[in-house]
Design a protein around this ligand. Sequence first.
Ligand code: SDX
Length: 436
Amino acid sequence: MDAINGTSAKTATLNIGDKSWELPILDGTIGPQVVDIGKLYGQTGMFTYDPGFTSTASCESQITYIDGDEGVLLYRGYPIEQLAEDGDFLETCYLLLYGELPTAAQKADFDYRVTRHTMVHEQMSRFFHGFRRDAHPMAVMVASVGALSAFYHDSTDISDPQQRMIASVRMIAKMPTLAAMAYKYTIGQPFVYPQNELDYASNFLRMCFSVPCEEYKVNPVLSRAIDRIFTLHADHEQNASTSTVRLAGSSGANPFACIAAGIACLWGPAHGGANEAALKMLGEIGSVERIPEFIKRAKDKNDPFRLMGFGHRVYKNYDPRAKIMQKTCHEVLGELGIKDDPLLDIAVELERIALQDEYFVERKLYPNIDFYSGITLRALGFPTSMFTVLFALARTVGWIGQWKEMIEDPGQRIGRPRQLYTGAPARDYVPIARRK
Ligand code: SDX
């Protein structure tokens, strides 16, 4: 069967010197084929070498598919545009976890199960008080999610399918509560308990923005917007943080600890931290007139500055999520009566100029999901430091779904990459008295 851009050959021939080996070629449902090199070292005594995994498939998965050249993103085969438009985040969570869209009864049951796991152990609130108030909320999230391992011993036996699903539902349910607590703690306001009669996104907005002194009314347009933003961020194949979760999980670590590892990885500015960095960059540019100066810096190899929110390892076309995020940004600003947001003007003009510039065109650098998310989240009332926390909240379902898929894979083994060693050859110890 010819996979797209593939070959009908079933093996690849590797010739080294006068020897040759046949390596199996495996087909996916769609997308690039793979050459199975699992036995290469045993056969040839050689490793492959691919820092950054630019040409390496680390696993087989049935959850998410990206066609970077076409700018396509599918969750279990469904296009992100349709899920973001017609579904809601918990429906996407069900789809990612179970593999199929839920019936009305299944959706109602799933919503019910998630809603009833939204509270955290009361002692978790004391855990927060060990932090300085100015701690970055991502530091708080790494620590508090890892700390969940200390509270939920009845869902850490990863060999029990029941416990794996309870842990998955608990993670999805408790992330908004912990994220809201991290936010409230930094602004010195009391924690707000979840309300079971609210939907997932509305509950989160209320836990973040309500205060004891007055009733909080959820704005349905804003709640729908944040729900859609969660759907856009839910999963994305084997990105750096998902690969971190898989590697941590491959040792048998409990799911809470694995998600904490994923949060730590997502924090980096090259990954999930880019939404925070992109907004800071727009603020640093400050005016449309200064855009050419920053475009020049982004192209200068001697300048570490990069256009944050631009470029992607896989997308060599427009990130489909960025288009939906841009539309959501306009919706939110419109609902809030924000006529002209100077940062949005800079973002739109920066995008226009970059997409015409040879440097970006040649390297197929387009806006990614982080380019417009910061402006939207800021308009919704979140401080910059909470942007990556919201990314982590939404990506938790992707992480836990990929973790579950890995644990349930009968061929699963601990991940243990090898290396190209270029250090010192073997040499004898020299006592300190004899060192020069
Ligand atoms: C996310 O993997 C995922 O799926 C991630 C994610 C998800 O949902 O999980 O999509 C979320 O992390 C989105 C990406 C957010 N990061 C940023 O916006 C940070 C800015 N972008 C870059 O740092 C970069 O584009 C990466 C990290 C996203 C991708 O880096 P790659 O694939 O390693 O690409 P590269 O660094 O090899 O760049 C290729 C060329 C280089 O120029 P040359 O050496 O070929 O001359 O493009 C240039 C780079 O210098 N380049 C940029 C650029 N991104 C790449 N130049 C200026 N500005 C940029 N943003």
